[in-house]
Write a protein that binds this ligand. Structure first.
Ligand code: SF4
Length: 365
């Protein structure tokens, strides 16, 4: 099912689906939002959700966010008290109730990268120690394993949990890996395949559509990287509003160019699978290449390392391997089929491997 069909089908259905799933589950969908190594940007992004918005989802659609630390009040009463748990339960916080006790977990959302390494003088996973249980330190890696075993669905939200992101990028010293790799290393089997929604941050509407899909009782079609194909089956370049400029060889020289193509300035749209250009962001208002800056490739499995990093010089994207230059690329593109070949050639020349395999290179150095 294409992205347009999915969004059309589910945007009007999400509220009903959440309410129906809550009713089937006895009135509450128990969600744990586990933060690991990240900047909490995906939580901030979720605050921009619009179909429904986050507050509506949490308060009226039967979603009990039993633990979501970034949004909880200091006394940890968001959701878990109304769900019937008290401080007399197994531990003092709902997160530990869910991980070590009997509190249900329907959906585990992971934001941030699991850190599996062993610091000097410490134990495995101690780079991310979240608290204590029965007098012993509890690591994020341990919580991930406990909660993932219990949850009906595990959804990795954002680039860090899906593909490692910045914590697993060049210079990684904490053993930061993807959620999938972390669970595999611990031989943890999940009830359903881990769903990856990459991006820095993840798109909130795609996240809610995905959650609505699993709450209807079926998994979305995933590609070999665990991404919902509805949102990750075409390149940004294929639907970019500056594509006519690219085809015509009208290259921007500065980021404030209102119409020119940003390829010469380092745009990663030709190598990044994403529906950004289709659904856009902020209630369908705009997205990166439309708003002005280029695409940084924040959803590419290799982000932030080469060839996706926006922090490298723009010249890294010049397709010299094909004999193309900024001056003749438009001429070549106009040739039609040659332009298509050029795009594919660029993808190949920029990636050490084809994009779907690139995450395999995300190894600690
Ligand atoms: Fe759009 Fe970037 Fe492709 Fe140019 S290179 S058309 S700015 S996605």
């Amino acid at each position: 099912m294409g992205v347009g069909a999915v969004v059309t089908l589910y945007s009007s259905e999400i509220k009903r689906v959440f309410a129906q799933a809550a009713a089937q589950g006895g009135g509450k969908i128990h969600l744990i939002w586990l933060n690991l190594a990240s900047d909490t940007g995906c939580t901030i992004s979720m605050l921009q959700a619009s179909n429904p918005d986050l507050i509506e989802a949490v308060e009226t659609l039967g979603v009990s966010a039993d633990f979501w630390k970034a949004l909880m009040t200091p006394d940890y009463d968001l959701g878990w008290v109304t769900a019937g748990y008290t401080e007399e339960d197994l531990s003092q916080v709902p997160l530990l109730n869910a991980a070590f006790g009997s509190a249900p977990v329907d959906i585990l959302v992971v934001e941030g990268t699991p850190q599996t390494g062993t610091p000097t003088g410490g134990s495995q996973g101690f780079f991310c120690t979240t608290g204590s249980y029965n007098g012993s330190p509890v690591t994020g890696y341990e919580l991930l394993q406990k909660l993932a075993t219990k949850a009906s669905y595990v959804v990795a939200i954002g680039q860090c949990s899906s593909f490692g992101g910045i914590p697993a990028g060049k210079g990684n010293v904490t053993g930061a890996v993807t959620v999938t790799d972390a669970l595999s290393a611990a031989s943890v089997a999940t009830k359903n395949p881990v769903i990856n929604i990459p991006g820095c941050p993840a798109n909130p509407d795609w996240t809610l559509v995905t959650l609505a899909t699993v709450l209807q009782g079926f998994s979305p079609d995933l590609d070999d990287q665990g991404r919902p194909m509805a949102f990750f089956s075409s390149y940004i370049h294929d639907n970019c509003p500056r594509r006519d400029a690219y085809d015509g060889g009208q290259m921007a020289k500065t980021f404030d160019d209102p119409v020119g193509c940003f390829w010469d300035l380092g745009c990663k749209g030709p190598i990044t699978l994403s529906a950004c250009a289709k659904t856009k962001w902020n209630s369908g208002t705009s997205f990166c290449t439309q708003a002005g800056p280029l695409c940084y490739g924040c959803m590419h499995p290799n982000f932030p390392d080469s060839p996706t990093s926006g922090f490298f010089t723009p010249s890294e994207l010049t397709p010299t391997l094909l004999g193309l230059t900024v001056d003749n690329v438009g001429e070549v593109a106009i040739a039609g089929a040659a332009g298509v070949l050029a795009v594919h050639g660029v993808r190949r020349s920029l990636g050490k491997k084809e994009e779907p395999e690139a995450s395999e290179e995300k190894t600690p150095e």
